[in-house]
Structures are given as C-alpha cells and as structure tokens.
Write a protein that binds this ligand. Sequence first.
Ligand code: DCP
Ligand code: MG
Length: 365
Amino acid sequence: MADLRKIIHVDLDAFFAAVEQRDYPELRGKPVIVGGDPAGRGVVATCSYEARHYGIHSAMTAARARSLCPQAIFLRPRMEAYRDSSRQIMTILHRYTSLIEPLSLDEAFLDVTAATANGILAVQIAREIRASVRQETGLTISAGVSYNKLLAKLASDWRKPDGLFVIPPEKGLAFLSPLSVGKLHGVGPATVKKLSAMGIHTVLDLRNTPRETLIAQFGKAGAWFAEIARGRDHRPVQPSRARKSVGVERTFPQNLEDRHRMLSILQEMAGQVSAHLQAQGLAGRTVGIKVRFADFTTVTRAYSYSQSIWRPETIHACLPGLLDKALSSGSPPSIRLLGVTVSSLNKGEESLSNAGQMNLLASEA
Ligand code: DCP
Ligand code: MG
C-alpha cells in the first residue's frame, strides 16, 4: 500500500453567496440567492445554506426560487469579486504542492503524496488549508482526503458545509457501496436511468454487475463504471488543466418554436465560437450542440470530424443534422436554451501528439 497516493479535494461552501455574505454582513444568516432575475428567466447560480433549507438549489429558475422563499434576497453575480477570492485560495493551496488541478473557481484537487513523505499527514494539510482559507479570506472550504480523485471528491461533499472527511484505503469500498450510482463521476442522469432499468441502483449493485455486461451496455464508459465501483481511479492530478472546450450558450426571453430561427441562432453562436477559437489559437474535432426544452430536459448531440476544425463554415456544416437529432428526441420542440461547443481541442501543431490523451468522460457532463 506504500505506493498509494494522497489526494485532497477542496470545495468552497456556497461560494458566490458566501462572498456576498462576507462582503455585506447584513446578509449573514439570511437566505441569499445569487443568479439571474427572478422577474425574468434567470436561473440560480448558487444560494446560501439558509436558502437551501427552502429547497432552492443551483440551476433552478430564479422565479421558482422566489416562490419557494419570497423573503430571499436576490443578487446579481459579481464575478470579479469571486475571481479575486479564487486567486487567493489557489495561492494558499500552492503552499503545499504544485500538483494542483483547479476544476472551477472554487474547487481543486491536490496531490500531496510528496508533501506527506516526511510523516506529515494529508489530513493535517487539509486542516491547515481550511484554517488558512478561513483566516485569510473569511470563507469556509470543505475538504475531502482519500487515495484517489473519485473518493476525495465524494469525501469533500460528505460533511458540507465547513466539513472535513477522510476516506482511508481500507474504508473506500464500504463508503461507496450504499451510494446511489448517480453520485459517481461520469454517471449522468441518462446513465442512471439505464442502470436503474437494469436493476442497478447503488454502487454495490454496480460492483456486483459483471464488467462485460457494463461494457456491452455502455462501451468504454462501462469499463470506467466497473473500475470506480471498485474504488479504483488512476486519473492523475493534472496541474494547469488544459481547456477542454470552447462554447457559447444562450437562454431566450421567450421559447423558440421555429426550426429555421433555431438554426440561424446556432449559426450565429458558431460564429462566436469560431472567433474564440481563433483568438486563442485553438481548434477542435468535435462540434456539439445543447438544446434545453421548455420542460428543462436537456439534450446534447455531437459530431466529430477526423481533423481539427475552427472555421465557422465547418462548424455550420453539421448544425442542421445535429439540430434534427436533438429535436427528434423531444417533442414538441419548444426551446429555452441553445448552445454550441467545440471540444477535443488541440493547440496548433500539437494536435496530433495530444490526440492520444483519452477522455472517457468528455461526453457526459
Ligand atoms: N455555479 C453556477 N451555476 C451552477 C453551479 C455553480 O454559476 N449551475 C457557480 C456558483 C457557485 C460556484 O459556481 O457558488 C461553485 O459551485 P458549487 O457547485 O461548488 O456550489 P457552491 O460552492 O455554491 O455550493 P457548495 O457548498 O454545495 O459547494
Ligand atoms: Mg462549492
């Protein structure tokens, strides 16, 4: 067991809302919602734990949040303030290791295997990080400690908010067994549904399903499911993680029902994506669209070229087909959001050498 890694996952609590409560003390102890306009079609980016008691959560419409908790205080995001706090946190993390993989503004993996070689415990590092973050930024950050990314991330969530939880190697399987499969990284709602139809609900059920059955059903992803059901995850912590996709999406003030209009909006967004790609010297092989229907079901469809592309006309070329595929799976076509992304990114000439990097999970967000 000497070669086991020590991974910490940290994730700030109610991040945007916590920054607001820190900066405006009159908001502390109150239900605070950061996001779009509750009078319009805005969505909740996040909310304070006080607001969560009313059943409010990220991605819910702001209007619904207001009906659940009329006294809630609604705030527009102040991204600059959140970015500042995020930079501060990342600086704190760098005191312990340079093996840091940020996942978003408020979340990161650390590989502290080397840092613990001289007898310092990973949990001790996690404690210090939590104390420094509190002291230096006034925010609380939850931490999970374990022997791989999968379990470290589950652990940080386990005692949220302001929690610390350790899953040592001998407890990994027992921790996983009762969890519902949807808790696992890469197991999205569509997969949960399929697994459920196969009688697989918990991670223990998943572990008891033959690997071949999972591969037959889900292909490469099935092999991944078999691994994580056994608590195995060899993904390294990747510092300065390369960007995975460039995308644009838009929620409309009124639902769209006309296919031609959808297509022309998709083409316009493709132009923006192309401009972003050019500006950053990037190109990608996969064009994806996202369609969210009036009832909030969301469908993504993707097409992969054999070579990297970036020109608007090449992105345009596959949009009609993708839109048809997306619409055929939902009826009637009344749409509140559309998005276009280009993924499987490569930077200029590096494209071919990087192409070998496998990403099993890219398709299931
Ligand atoms: N965010 C967003 N839209 C979402 C989800 C999140 O804009 N659908 C933003 C707001 C969050 C931040 O990202 O504050 C971090 O996301 P988390 O999922 O970590 O959520 P929180 O930090 O808000 O809460 P938790 O305590 O559950 O981590
Ligand atoms: Mg968070």
